[in-house]
Design a binder for this molecule. Structure first.
Ligand SMILES: [Zn+2]
Length: 332
């Protein structure tokens, strides 16, 4: 059964306090916008808020009434989610039909007593027609409906939509918060620590790939970094083979490489260890100092960033990877 208590949400204490205050006083606006990186807890917070609104007994869902039981079974008649749908191979988006379907549902009387809650998930994927159609509903809501929009950033939405909602920013989590969560999920301590440090503060990211895979990826990137100053043609060929031709994997590998080079730079300027991603390798990374002066690190970081961007649209992946490895080896 779905958890609908506030206690299980990691971080975002201030947002939760504000939402609970609004619930208690009955002063929540009918349009809310939660924006922030994916995987930090926007959806979980929205679901918990929805359950509390539909329960209608104060600042938290009671967990026992017919409304709460229906919500926990994911079959609440007055709760709707609109989310992007894929058609064929196209990128999933929210279309005007999706918004219209929701509008016709909320035009009828709610089944239970506390009105309706609509979550618009990944609201930034609405096309212009869908966004304009939703805007009309936000301007003149029918009946008692609360809209909760979830988006990766405010800037990706129409300004008119943002102005109709009460925006609430969801920041990233600390590595400690993510680690605690992973330990509670039963991950082994070493794995939990590595995953948390590399998660960029997102639970979603930490759970996106298995721990063994992350450890292997990290080890592979570290062996490349160690060889960077003595990179031979033979190694280049082997490395290019090993990286393969899966774009998603290569992009992840480049992200890990970027984070590692950045870590070395941060360790050199003596910034606090909290900022380090590959925290389990701190001592080894510090040991690389002599061969990694800041100017060289900056040049590498720039190349990694540039190629990460370029690979996203490159058709000949292998050629692009080889070109990248050659240019990394050329940095003086
Ligand atoms: Zn209840």
């Amino acid at each position: 059964m779905m958890d609908i208590t506030w206690q299980k949400i990691l971080g975002h204490e201030e947002n939760i306090r504000e939402l609970r205050r609004g619930l208690k006083r009955g002063t929540l606006p009918h349009g809310l916008l939660f924006d922030g990186a994916s995987g930090v807890g926007k959806r979980k917070t929205a679901m918990t808020l929805a359950a509390a609104l539909l329960c209608g007994k104060g600042d938290e869902a009671c967990g026992r009434c017919p409304s709460c039981l229906a919500f926990q079974k994911e079959s609440h008649p007055d709760f709707l989610t609109v989310k992007p749908e894929a058609k064929g191979k196209a990128t999933p988006i929210i279309r005007i039909e999706d918004i219209r379907g929701m509008q016709s549902q909320i035009a009828t009387f709610p089944v239970m007593e506390q009105g309706r809650v609509v979550i618009i998930d990944d609201a930034q994927t609405m096309n212009a027609a869908a966004a304009n159609s939703l805007l009309k509903t936000l301007e003149e809501p029918v009946g008692k409906v609360t809209f909760i929009l979830l988006a990766d950033s405010r800037a990706s939405l129409l300004e008119t939509i943002v102005s109709r909602c009460n925006p609430m920013r969801f920041g990233i989590l600390t590595a400690e918060q993510v680690e605690k969560f992973l330990l509670e999920q039963g991950k082994p301590p070493e794995e939990a620590q590595i995953l948390a440090n590399l998660s960029g503060g997102s639970i979603g990211e930490a759970l996106s790939r298995p721990g063994e895979e992350v450890i292997k990826l990290q080890g592979d990137v570290f062996s490349y970094v160690k060889s960077l100053r003595r990179f031979s043609a033979k190694e280049l060929w082997q490395r290019s083979q090993a990286l393969g031709d899966k774009k998603e994997y290569i992009l992840t590998w480049l992200t890990y490489l970027y984070m590692m080079l950045r870590d070395i730079l941060i360790l050199q300027v003596g910034k606090s260890e909290e900022l380090i991603f590959h925290r389990n390798l701190t001592a080894q990374l510090q040991g690389l100092d002599a061969d990694f002066p800041p100017a060289r690190l900056f040049a590498w970081l720039k190349l990694v960033e540039e190629h990460h961007r370029r690979l996203g649209s490159n058709l000949n992946l292998r050629l692009a990877v080889e070109n990248f490895l050659v240019r990394m080896g050329e940095v003086k």
